[in-house]
Ligand binder design. Structure first.
Ligand code: HEC
Length: 163
C-alpha cells in the first residue's frame, strides 16, 4: 500500500532537485538586476580607502599606531567633532580606553567632498557603535565653511569645546 506513494514521493523529490539545479545553473546568469555587493555602499568604500589603512577594517587600530574606532567615545559623540577630525586632522595627547596616544592624524578636507565625508562618517557611526542618524553632506558643508580659517590639526581640548 505504501510502496507506490513512496516512489512517487521520491521521484517528486528527484524532479524537484533537478529543477533546482537547473534553476541554479541557468537562472543566475539571466538575473537582469543582480543584488549589488555590500562593497557598493559608498560610505564603506570611503572608509576602506581612507580610514582603514590606519584604523583597520575592524576599527581595532594598531599597536603603536592609530587608536581604535570601535567603541570610541569620539565615534559615539557629537558629529560636529567627527567632521572636524576628518576635515583637518587631530593631534596630540588623546586617551582612548585607558591608553594615551600622542600622534597626528592628517586632515582629509582638501581631498574629499562633503558627500564623501558624510557617507564615510555615516558608515563609521553605524559600524562602530555611534548614533544611527546619518551625517549629511549639508552639515559637513556647514562645518567646512565655519572652519574655513582653521588650517591645522585640532587638539582634544578644542574638540571638546564643540557640541
Ligand atoms: C595616517 C593614519 C590615519 C588615517 C588614514 C586616519 N586616521 Fe584617524 N587617527 C589617526 C591617529 C594617529 C589618531 C590619533 C591622533 C592623536 O594622537 O591625537 C586618529 C584619531 C582619530 C579619531 C579620534 C580617536 C578615535 O580613535 O576615535 C577618529 C574618530 C578618527 N581618527 C577617525 C578617522 C576617520 C573617519 C578616518 C578616515 C577618513 C581616519 N581617521 C583616517 C590616524 C589616522
Amino acid at each position: 500500500m505504501n510502496q507506490p506513494f513512496k516512489e512517487t514521493c521520491l521521484s517528486a523529490n528527484r524532479t524537484a532537485a533537478w529543477l533546482l539545479l537547473a534553476a541554479l545553473l541557468f537562472g543566475c546568469g539571466k538575473d537582469p538586476d543582480p543584488p549589488r555587493p555590500a562593497a557598493a555602499d559608498p560610505g564603506r568604500v570611503g572608509f576602506e580607502s581612507y580610514c582603514a589603512p590606519c584604523h583597520q577594517l575592524e576599527g581595532s587600530g594598531t599597536e603603536g599606531g592609530a587608536p581604535p574606532l570601535a567603541a570610541s567615545p569620539w565615534v559615539a559623540g557629537p558629529d560636529a567633532r567627527l567632521m572636524r577630525i576628518v576635515l583637518h586632522g587631530v593631534r596630540g595627547p588623546m586617551e582612548i580606553e585607558g591608553k594615551i596616544y600622542n600622534l597626528e592624524m592628517p586632515g582629509f578636507g582638501p581631498i574629499l567632498t562633503d558627500a564623501q565625508i558624510a557617507d564615510l562618517l555615516s558608515f563609521v557611526r553605524r559600524r562602530f557603535g555611534g548614533p544611527s542618524a546619518p551625517v549629511t553632506p549639508a552639515s559637513v558643508g556647514r562645518i567646512r565653511a565655519e572652519t574655513r580659517d582653521h588650517d591645522t590639526y585640532w587638539t582634544v581640548d578644542e574638540l571638546l569645546g564643540v557640541r
